[in-house]
Every structure is written in structure tokens, then in C-alpha cells.
Design a protein around this ligand. Structure first.
Ligand SMILES: NC(=O)c1ccc[n+]([C@@H]2O[C@H](COP(=O)([O-])OP(=O)(O)OC[C@H]3O[C@@H](n4cnc5c(N)ncnc54)[C@H](O)[C@@H]3O)[C@@H](O)[C@H]2O)c1
Length: 355
């Protein structure tokens, strides 16, 4: 059985521990500087809570670690883990800057350890099916993708680290937008972003936001200096366009705009809801418009996706090589380039090159 450690005992660490249990990976130890949280986590998941990151990384019975901490610590802890001879499953976003992404990649190359990005959406059954169809040419050349992820009220821990730019690197774009960007680039196998026009806004404040859906209660006197809404239009070198529409919160009535991907190609189009058990294929037969609903095998799409991510990590640890469908460090860096171009375009109010 593969043994892992978890760095961080927060919300997503719990999801990782539950996933590990489902797929038969052994969570040996956890570390979190909030010792009470770590203790509760260790009790719940029957593992040891270590006194420091160093102590966790020094354990010889751990093959790999999940790094599940605030974004400003991703680079430091991913690098320390690989230098301690551990394989790494790194939560998204990869890091706070392209420079940090490069540092992580350099550490991976120097140590020869596996680095897998926690881009879980690419393992959703619907995403896998859509990618298979595109890879086998069912919709021809990709022309345009419209990718939407709008929460009506879903700012995580308003006032805490998620909404503090110095700790998170940004708002809804770097939190949930990175999932959308990764799954789109992965499904379409597009890796050459070229030009970006992006707009970021903050529509809500602590005073105008009603706490209907939250991951934690608002923090008194906390910081909220990041965007809660993003619209971005990306063009790649082949001329394909990608429209990203992301919100942590919006005034739009709930569900008026459907979340998911609309992928238009020269021969057909796909409507993909990542968490559904079917996708819709639009095409033309003898000049007549046709539609097919294609079933996708789903047990629980969210759990299926996390299971897929962890199974990929186990395979990578066992073989020493990341599978080609798993999120790589290069994929993390690609997403970071696109994210930074949105912020650069927003700052200058101009279309900018993707660097
Ligand atoms: N894949 C997903 O769908 C998904 C969902 C949520 C969050 N995330 C990502 O996971 C990461 C964690 O998010 P979260 O929602 O669990 O946040 P959280 O605030 O619930 O938990 C973060 C935990 O990290 C701990 N921590 C801080 N510094 C640490 C250190 N040096 N060593 C060990 N632990 C440390 C904190 O005490 C806290 O308990 C973020 O990067 C976030 O973007 C991914």
C-alpha cells in the first residue's frame, strides 16, 4: 500500500484524506501549525499529527505528500518536500507567480521526484469523455470555447487568506478560475496562448455581501482586496478563442447562466457540464442539425474526479513517472501564465500578450 502525508489540515486536506481512504492509500501523518486542527484531523483519519513539516518530511514511511496549504506557501513547501525525497501532489494554483512556478519545476528536475498538480476537474467523468471525443476528431478543429463557473454567493472565508491578495495571489480567478482554465486547455490540448483581454471587478464588499453560502464565517476586520468576478477572452496562436466567465459572487439570478463548457469545432460542438452524467453533442448530418446526448458513467462525479486524481498520483509514485493525462508542473505553469495575463490586461485596460 502507498503511504502519504498531508501538509495542511484544512478543508481540502479532509477531502484528500477521504479520497485516499476510498482508493486504498494510507494516510500516515499530517502537519498543520494549528495543532488542535491537526489533532482532530489525525483522530478522524487515524494518522499521526507531526510537530513540524520537517518531522513529517523526515519520515521514511511516507512516499509522497499532498500540499494543501494557503497559496503563498505552495512553492516553499512543494520544493522542501521534493528535496526531502517525497513525491508531491500540489493543490492549485501552482504558486503565486511564474518565478515560483519555475523554482518548483527546477526542484522537480533536480530531485527527479514526481510533481502532480491538483487540477481535479480534468478527472471529472464528463471531462474525460469530452477529451476522448475531441482527441478522436469528433468535433474537428476547435474554434471557440466558452467556459463558465459562476457562484451566486460563494466567497471562501471572506476576510481570511483567500480574499487577501498577499496570501492568495488573487480572487475568484486564481481560486476557481484556474480549474476552468486547466480543464479547457487539457480537453482541447491547446498549449499556445497568445493574446489576452481580461477584466476583473469586485462587485461585493463585506457590507453588500449576504452570507448565504460560505466555507467559513466572515472574519471581523479581515482583508478583501481581490476580485470576485472575471471575464476574459484569450486567443491562441492557432486563432482559437476562449472565453472565461468566473464569479465567486454575482447579482445574476441563480442558474440563469449554466456552468460548464461550450466547445465549438469545425465539425461539431459539445456542451459539457463537468458534474453531470451526460454530455450533449451537436453536429450536422447531411446538412441537417442533429443532437445526441451521450451518457457518461458516473457514481458521484465530484468523488470520481478526486479518486481519479489520487489514482493517477499513486500510479505516478509507483512508476516514478507522471501519466500523460495527469496535471503536470508544465500544466500548472501554463495556467499561471494565463492568469497573470488576465491580471496584466486588467491593470492596463489593454489586450496584452501572454508571456
Ligand atoms: N482542488 C480543489 O477543488 C480545492 C478546493 C479548495 C481549496 N483548494 C486549494 O487547497 C489549498 C488549501 O485550501 P483549503 O480550502 O483547505 O484552506 P483552509 O484554510 O481550509 O486550510 C489550509 C490549512 O493550511 C494550514 N497551514 C498554513 N500554513 C501551513 C504550513 N506551513 N504547514 C502546514 N499547514 C499549514 C492552515 O492552518 C489551514 O488549516 C489552497 O491552495 C486552495 O487553493 C483546492
Amino acid at each position: 500500500m502507498t503511504n502519504i502525508g498531508i501538509i495542511g489540515a484544512g478543508m481540502i486536506a479532509d477531502v484528500h484524506a477521504e479520497t485516499a481512504k476510498r482508493i486504498g492509500t494510507n494516510v500516515v501523518a499530517v502537519f498543520d501549525p494549528r495543532s488542535k486542527r491537526a489533532e482532530n484531523f489525525a483522530t478522524k483519519h487515524a494518522c499521526v499529527h507531526e510537530v513540524s513539516v520537517e518531522a513529517l518530511l523526515a519520515r521514511e514511511d511516507i512516499d509522497g505528500v499532498v500540499v494543501a496549504v494557503p497559496n503563498d506557501q505552495h512553492a516553499e513547501l512543494a520544493i522542501a518536500s521534493m528535496e526531502a525525497e517525497k513525491h508531491v501532489l500540489l493543490e492549485k494554483p501552482m504558486a503565486m507567480s511564474l518565478q515560483e512556478c519555475n523554482d518548483i519545476l527546477a526542484a522537480r528536475d533536480a530531485t527527479g521526484k514526481v510533481l502532480q498538480m491538483g487540477f481535479v476537474c480534468r478527472y471529472s467523468p464528463a471531462a474525460i469523455k469530452a477529451k476522448n471525443m475531441i482527441d478522436q476528431g469528433d468535433i474537428g478543429e476547435i474554434q471557440h470555447v466558452q467556459a463558465t463557473l459562476l457562484r451566486q454567493r460563494g466567497i471562501p472565508g471572506l476576510g481570511g487568506w483567500f480574499t487577501t491578495k498577499a496570501r492568495s495571489g488573487g480572487g475568484c480567478l486564481i481560486d476557481i478560475g484556474v480549474h476552468l482554465i486547466d480543464v479547457v486547455m487539457h480537453i482541447t490540448s491547446k498549449t499556445s496562448p497568445s493574446r489576452m483581454r481580461g477584466k476583473c471587478t469586485q462587485q461585493f464588499t463585506e457590507k453588500t455581501y449576504a452570507y448565504e453560502e460560505m466555507w467559513s464565517t466572515p472574519k471581523e476586520g479581515g482583508t478583501f482586496d481581490v476580485e470576485d468576478r472575471v471575464r476574459a477572452l484569450l486567443t491562441d496562436e492557432s486563432g482559437t478563442t476562449f472565453q472565461f466567465d468566473v464569479a465567486w459572487a454575482t447579482h445574476l439570478p441563480d442558474k440563469t447562466v449554466k456552468d460548464g463548457l461550450l466547445i465549438e469545432g469545425s465539425l461539431g460542438a459539445l456542451v459539457v457540464d463537468l458534474w453531470n452524467d451526460s454530455i450533449t453533442f451537436g453536429y450536422s448530418e447531411n446538412g441537417t442539425p442533429s443532437t445526441k446526448v451521450i451518457d457518461v458513467s458516473v457514481v458521484d462525479a465530484w468523488e470520481d474526479a478526486f479518486d481519479g486524481e489520487h489514482k493517477a498520483f499513486v500510479r505516478a509514485m509507483e512508476s516514478g513517472t507522471l501519466g500523460h493525462d495527469a496535471g503536470s508542473g508544465e500544466d500548472g505553469r501554463l495556467v499561471q501564465r494565463i492568469v497573470e495575463s488576465v491580471y496584466a490586461s486588467n491593470t492596463t485596460s489593454q489586450e496584452v500578450p501572454v508571456k
